[in-house]
Design a protein around this ligand. Structure first.
Ligand code: F6R
Length: 609
């Protein structure tokens, strides 16, 4: 969703802002803009569409300055228009904003009564006018910002410049991430480290309620009460290579192929320990995890499907009751709380607002045993959790999540085995069997990737279709859900997933010769059941596309196409069977010519409700 970058330097910052915005493109946006302070005046350029269009306009108008802010906007309040694009300006104050201001209507009415004229439909413009209003009595940009944010309700990350103060950027954070990048004689502001990684790796994450002043010489941070605050400096380990495409056509393709490496990195800590144990989840984890009576998983989208797989593992391996709920539902439900319940949030970005709010709600209900499984260090959700397990997938740029999902599954399997061990339910023989399975997983995933040429041939048959059905059973049912989500997100083919046993209770009515039915049918204890369900489809003329394992006892026949992974890998099979459905979605989208990495209407980090 929206992205922020800002810079102050003794060189031209316009290229820094533009490059930063390009690196934020993956988050999803529909307009972009920059504002710079140049020779005592604010100059601004905004465009709907791609950053490159805005860049061309800035180039044509000869933009160059040593101080500026930039933004990519994903429309919420007000349509996709140039007037609604950020930065918003009020009498020489220019600002960019991520988040949503909930009391913007009251503030707008108040400001209009004071004579302010609004040019946009956004909630953001209110903040620009409010800061300008406070500038009149405060006479200082930082103080004006602090007074303005005290009157706002909602979520914001803000970066502000003013023609009256050409030597600083001021910024504020509440509910949306914002960080400061430290350079040599130059400093930066960004919503996401990828926006400034080309300039510096030294970053300070602002905390909730912080405001800050960023000059060329340094940074001053203030906490919510206005007192000076010290915040730790971090060295970001986001690699430039992970932000670049390399030899691949799309980031999604690159990220699918990175999975053996991503999984290998994610299991490294377990392999180094040579055992499952609470310490893998951070300091004090033993106290949090022991005596856990149940597990509540909260997440959205693909991360929710990872949680849905984990439910099978946690119940079967650890013997703990486990429920999984979509975060946006949980947060508005009168849920029954249990202080001995472990609340697990799963989020690639660590910023998803629904998941964050669900976590806050779970805590407000008195559930303090919280664990975040997350791919972005220092992001909001792990920071709000007692324990954290970082997946080490590396930056995920493609909007459709791939390597984040499989690494989440690895983390969740580790959690299930650890909980089992703490409860005395894991024998030494089982532990070494599971460790062995994890050790061999990157290799098994690589074998599944090698199926790509066969899947490309299937994709050509899917490309002209309008609908598809995905079936799975047991722990592979969530993989069917994930396969259907991937296909609809990037190819725009309508796809639904069902537990195969549910087919006869309704969806079978949809099956005809035009409906491809994808079946996840590994060689596990449910295979015979799945085969019966496949018969139900064939009997209605449906065409079956079956992903199974080398050692399962059925073959191709008329209307039944089969692709086999080399062998059934036991308990980790859902991870291996994810790869073919990702590849099927990717190649089908490619055949249909869609924008694979930036599917329409979607954003990478969903920081609004
Ligand atoms: C699907 C996808 C989304 C995300 C969801 C949660 O490919 O990427 O469904 O999984 O928006 O995002 P995170 O994991 O960042 O909380």
């Amino acid at each position: 969703m929206c992205g922020i970058v800002g810079a102050i330097a003794d060189r031209d910052v316009v290229p820094v802002l533009i490059e930063g915005l390009k690196r934020l493109e993956y988050r999803g946006y529909d307009s972009a803009g920059i504002a710079v302070v140049d020779a005592g005046r604010v100059r601004r350029v905004r465009r709907t569409g791609r950053v490159s269009e805005m860049e061309a306009a800035a180039g044509a108008e000869g933009f160059s300055a040593q101080l500026g802010v930039g933004h990519t906007r994903w429309a919420t309040h007000g349509g996709v228009t140039e007037l609604n694009a950020h930065p918003h300006v009020s009498h020489g104050v220019a600002l960019v904003h991520n988040g949503i201001i909930e009391n913007h209507e009251q503030q707008r009415a108040r400001l209009e009564a004071l004579g302010y004229v609004f040019e946009s439909q956004t909630d953001t413009e209110v903040i620009a006018h409010l800061i300008d209003l406070h500038m009149k009595d405060a006479g200082d940009l930082l103080q004006a910002l602090q007074r303005a944010v005290a009157e706002l309700e909602g979520a914001y990350a803000l970066a502000v410049v003013s023609h009256a103060e050409p030597r600083r950027i001021v910024c504020a954070r509440m509910g949306c991430p914002l960080l400061i990048g430290l350079g040599e004689g130059e400093n930066f502001v960004a919503s996401d480290v990828s926006a400034i990684i080309q300039a510096t790796r030294r970053v300070i994450f602002l905390e909730e309620g912080d405001t800050a002043e960023v000059t060329r010489a340094g940074v001053r941070i203030f906490d919510q009460r206005g007192a000076r605050a010290e915040r730790e400096e971090h060295l970001s380990d986001v690699s430039l290579a992970s932000l670049e495409l390399g030899p691949y056509r799309h980031f999604m393709q690159k990220e699918i192929h990175e999975q053996p490496r991503a999984i290998g990195d994610t299991i490294e800590a377990v392999m180094d320990e040579g055992a499952f144990g609470a310490a893998l989840f951070g300091a004090g984890a033993e106290q949090v995890l022991e005596e856990v009576e149940s597990v509540q998983i909260l997440a959205c989208g693909t991360s929710y499907y990872a949680g849905s797989v984990a439910r099978y593992w946690i119940e079967a391996i650890a013997g703990l009751p486990c429920s999984v709920e979509i975060a946006s539902e949980y947060r508005y439900r009168a849920a029954v709380a249990n202080p001995k319940q472990l609340v697990v949030t799963i989020s690639q970005s660590g910023e998803t607002l629904d998941t964050m709010e669900a976590l806050k709600y779970a805590k407000a209900l008195g559930q303090e045993r919280t664990l975040s499984i997350c791919n972005v260090p220092e992001s909001a959700i792990p920071r709000a959790s007692r324990l954290v397990y970082y997946t080490r997938a590396g930056a995920e740029i493609g909007v459709a999540s791939t390597k984040a999902f499989t690494t989440q599954l690895v983390a969740l399997f580790t959690l299930a085995a650890t909980l089992a061990k703490l409860r005395g339910r894991l024998t030494a023989a089982q532990e070494s069997e599971y460790l062995d399975a994890l050790r061999h997983l990157p290799g098994s995933v690589q074998h599944a990737l090698n199926l790509e040429p066969q899947i490309v041939a299937w994709a050509d048959r899917f490309a002209p279709k309008h609908n598809a059905l995905f079936l799975g059973r047991g722990v592979h049912y969530p993989i069917a859900l994930e396969g259907a989500l991937k296909l609809k997100e990037i190819s725009y083919i309508h796809a639904e997933a069902y537990p195969a046993g549910e087919l006869k209770h309704g969806p079978l009515a949809l099956v005809d010769a035009d409906m491809p039915v994808v079946v996840i049918a590994p060689n596990d204890s449910l295979l015979e059941k799945v085969k019966s369900n496949m018969q139900e489809v064939r009997a209605r003329g449906g065409e079956l596309f079956v992903f199974t394992d080398q050692d399962s006892n059925f073959g191709e026949s008329e209307g039944v196409h089969v692709i086999r992974t080399p062998r059934h890998v036991g308990v980790l099979s859902p991870i291996v069977h994810t790869i073919p459905v990702q590849l099927l979605a990717y190649h089908t989208a490619l055949a249909r010519g869609t924008d694979v990495d930036k599917p329409r209407n979607l954003a990478k980090s969903v920081t609004v409700e």
